[in-house]
Design a protein around this ligand. Structure first.
Ligand SMILES: Cc1cc2nc3c(=O)[nH]c(=O)nc-3n(C[C@H](O)[C@H](O)[C@H](O)COP(=O)(O)OP(=O)(O)OC[C@H]3O[C@@H](n4cnc5c(N)ncnc54)[C@H](O)[C@@H]3O)c2cc1C
Length: 606
């Protein structure tokens, strides 16, 4: 990993990319319109000999997929079950299981169901072989990188999985020019990553080792290809824009089995769709190359809790924070979250970049002093500060300092650079009762609308905790970041939004086979209802807000508009061009209207 020069193998794969092995033509499309995909036991299911041949063709990297807790079903007291249970809170362990999903399901929506087989791909050639096999045998195909799909789109029963986990090489470039863009686009500093890499792999290579910045996700174990295709945001996205905005090039295996290059000059329509058009709909991305940026000197934070002693005081606190946010934090520097709790607790966990200690302390002092000085509130751990940006993701240095903010992958032999934020711990393996997101337009921050916004936030919080994710709304960011994000498939609403509201809840891991008490279904349904009611309060003030494709409601009926807005017709056209037969299907993905909910039966015209 982390090599400065192209590996020979990658160079070869890139060369193949210039020559698609087969191109879809209208005639080919007409000749091939799958109406029903096959399952094990169907007459059309590939024979054992065919699977064996596939195994040989992918260098032995074909595996039968078992549920992660299969060992517990077989022997609840055995060592293998104990090992799985011990590691259930470790996202790196879950990510290493071919049948692993980082979320253990969603009430009435989906539950983890492993594929029949997985190709644990080592190269674009392995991927192309798997895609050809799935297409030619009418199989349901599914793609998985880091496994962080809340919507369950990287697992499907009776399918063939292309699993990219092992394709995780990271390469730094001093000056990268997208293929075919020579003379059109100036070379730029960049990083290339195999699509199975996680963001912590890039942060280690780009920031800790090379002293630069790449825009990725907040959660360190999320996969790069999944997040870029989501649009994707990290703590500093208010300053740098979405991750998709800085994609320079992707290598992708499309439905025809061709290894293609997509960038601004080569297959530009596909390139645009990959930037936020949703994972699993376009092909199997095998490599991404992202522009890197100068690293700010400091990253910083502000955190703590303020508890109001009455509802009236909590209303005043929300209003005060909204005004403070508009005045002092609505700028490229500040991202991450404020949580407005049903228990009248206001929790701040914000992150900043590009400002020094004195500026950070001076910014927060008036707000902290106000809360501390009032008898209406009790405060806990209110603090703000900065540290060297270069050591933000430096797991080894953090450990030496005695910092406990990151949790390492403690398994023997795990890379010492692999760790995740303590704040993400409770999400690992969670079972969702409900999940909703909504972009809030910056117009709500105008002084004459702040009251309406504050009231809506208070009303919503009576049902459920409301999370304001300021880094997932791009308004207030610099012009360059906004312009780059505008040229993506994400709903343009994101450009006008000052924050993404997330309202979600659930309970601890509920993987099939995991020994645990029975779920209280009535309580879970009641919880889901409260999420809907909280969202409805905010939808009143942001009726056309839109929703972030990868952090959204499984049951959203207007997902096309919510995720992509005015971009949807163009996305449909790209889908028809590169995947006319709908090989790449995901729940609520572009073109999924033509298929049954499980992706097995065509219900559209085709
Ligand atoms: C705990 C948690 C924390 C999160 N934190 C953030 C965050 O900080 N910021 C943010 O913006 N989002 C966040 N997300 C959402 C996350 O970015 C998306 O769900 C993303 O798509 C996950 O990518 P993955 O590879 O990890 O997941 P997967 O489940 O493997 O993939 C997600 C989708 O992308 C497809 N896909 C994956 N790899 C490929 C590939 N190589 N080619 C084609 N399609 C592919 C899959 O088929 C699936 O549809 C988080 C999600 C979770 C569960």
């Amino acid at each position: 990993m982390h090599r400065r020069t192209w590996l020979k193998g990658i160079g070869l794969a890139a060369l193949q990319a210039a020559v698609p092995r087969r191109a879809w033509s209208a005639a080919a499309k007409a000749a091939r319109t799958v109406r029903r995909r096959v399952r094990p036991g169907d007459p059309g299911w590939p024979s054992a000999a065919k699977w064996e041949k596939l195994k040989g063709d992918v260098g032995g990297n074909l595996v039968e997929v078992k549920p992660p807790f299969a060992a517990c079903a077989a022997d609840p007291k055995g060592a293998d079950c104990a090992d799985a249970v011990k590691n259930i809170q470790n996202p790196f362990f879950i990510g290493d299981q071919p049948g692993g999903t980082q979320v253990s399901g969603w009430l009435d929506a989906w539950k983890p169901q492993p594929s029949a087989y997985a190709v644990a791909a080592r190269s674009a050639r392995d991927v192309a072989t798997a895609v050809d096999f799935a297409r030619d045998n009418d199989l349901r195909l599914v793609v998985k990188g880091g496994g962080h799909s809340y919507l369950g789109t990287s697992n499907a029963p009776d399918s063939l999985l292309v699993w990219t986990r092992k394709m995780n090489t990271v390469t730094i470039h001093d000056a990268f020019t997208p293929r075919g863009c020579e003379g059109k686009i100036a070379p730029a500093p960049a990083v290339s990553a195999g699509s199975g890499a996680m963001w912590i792999d890039l942060y280690d290579a780009v920031t800790t080792k090379a002293g630069r910045y790449v825009q990725g996700g907040g959660c360190t174990s999320v996969g790069v290809a999944g997040l870029v295709q989501s649009g994707g945001f990290g703590s500093c996205s208010k300053g740098f824009g979405s991750a998709a905005a800085w994609l320079l090039e992707a290598e992708i295996v499309t439905a025809d089995g061709a290894v293609r290059i997509a960038n601004a000059c080569t297959n530009p329509d596909l390139f645009w769709a990959l930037k936020g058009g949703g994972g699993g709909s376009w092909g199997v991305v095998t490599r991404v190359t992202l522009r890197t940026h100068d690293l700010p000197e400091f990253f910083g934070y502000a955190g703590g809790k303020i508890k109001a002693k009455s509802d009236a005081a909590f209303r005043r606190l929300i209003a005060r924070f909204v005004a403070f946010y508009r005045e002092s934090l609505f700028n490229p520097h500040w991202g991450e979250q404020a949580k407005i709790g049903s228990d009248n607790v206001f929790e701040i966990s914000m992150v900043c970049q590009g400002i020094d200690e004195a500026t950070v302390e001076g910014t927060w002092k008036p707000f902290f002093d106000w809360a501390k000085s009032s008898s209406d509130y009790t405060v806990e751990d209110l603090e703000a500060g900065v540290g060297p940006a270069r050591h933000w993701w430096d797991v080894v240095a953090r450990k030496k300092r005695g910092s406990t903010s990151m949790i390492s992958d403690a398994r023997p032999g795990a890379p010492e650079t692999h760790a995740f934020w303590r704040g993400d711990q409770e999400q690992v393996g969670a079972f969702l009762h409900g999940y909703e997101s909504l972009w809030l337009p910056q117009s709500l921050l105008a002084s004459d609308r702040q009251g309406i916004l504050s009231d809506a936030l208070f009303s919503a919080s009576r049902h459920k905790e409301v999370g304001l994710h300021f880094n997932k709304g791009l308004a207030g960011g610099p012009a360059a970041a906004l312009a780059a994000a505008k040229d993506t498939a994400t709903n343009p609403t994101v450009l006008e939004a000052f924050a993404l509201v997330i309202i979600a809840d659930g309970e601890g891991p509920a993987y099939p086979g995991l020994p645990r008490p029975a779920m209280d279904m009535a309580a879970a349904h009641a919880d889901a209802k409260e999420i809907d009611l909280a969202t409805a309060e905010l939808a009143k003030v942001a009726p056309n807000g839109g929703s972030y494709v990868s952090e959204s409601n499984f049951f959203n009926r207007s997902w096309q508009q919510a995720y992509f807005g005015t971009n949807y017709p163009k996305l449909q056209a790209v889908k028809k061009k590169y995947d006319p037969d709908g090989l790449f299907f995901v729940h609520n993905g572009v073109g999924s209207e033509e298929w049954s909910a499980d992706g097995f039966e065509r219900i559209g015209k085709g």
